[in-house]
Design a protein around this ligand. Sequence first.
Ligand code: APR
Length: 257
Amino acid sequence: MNQTSLKAVADKILSKPKNVAFTGAGISTESGIPDFRSPGGIWERFNPMEYATIEAFRRDPVKAWEMFRELSRILEEAEPNPAHLALARLEELGLLQAVITQNIDNLHQEAGSKKVVEFHGNARRLVCECGKSVEAELVKTHWLEGRDFPPRCESCGAIMKPDVVLFGEPIPRTASQEAMRLAQHPNVFLVVGTSAVVAPASYLPVVANKTGGCIVEINLEPTDLATGYAEHSLYGPAGEILPALVELVEAGLGSST
Ligand code: APR
């Protein structure tokens, strides 16, 4: 881990409060949730075009639920890791305005983050095209025991889907507007654990960069942002880098009080 860059990023975060984190699946791999595009990722096991588009869901919801049920079992076991906890601490220190996440695992909220913009929804809820929605927890026991699988809407009887954005679906309007507002003129824009290849989420770091934000890439390896956008790149597990970064921020706060 590059200590010089880490210190420079910590000092930049301390300079102004309008810091924002933008996270992807990579922040949750240390919680046991595979990401999508790394070797062994979710898309290696489930072809997204067959399981994760809204057309595939409408064509064969039972097949789509094979993936959703597998993901649900993994999410069931997952706990926030030190990376999620570090971002919650940064918010508590008044130096992180929000987390914009592409993840559907609810781990930022469970780590204590209060302002979380769910750009791709949240698997903790099930929705029906008739407009009905329920907490997944309420029906999960059924399908984990093999009964009532896949879960059906108690209002209209249709098969429900997790409240997540499938390929071909729009980003929820409120989340999209809030994320775009946060991405404009940030102080530091932390880009954590995302390959930054899926639009429109991948536009956010570009907007942050174009409006004067300092892009900090935190990843195991360089992404497309490394050239031309990232002012600092911190390579290594987010579960190590973010706690080390917050430790330097707290030290900086201590020395200034
Ligand atoms: N620490 C830091 N970075 C990590 C870690 C880790 N422990 N583990 C993985 N990464 C990095 C990988 O190197 C990769 O760059 O996280 C990134 C994960 O990229 P993807 O698997 O593409 O996930 P993500 O960017 O969140 O995908 C965006 O695509 O399929 C859709 O809707 C899905 O929200 C998802 C979107």
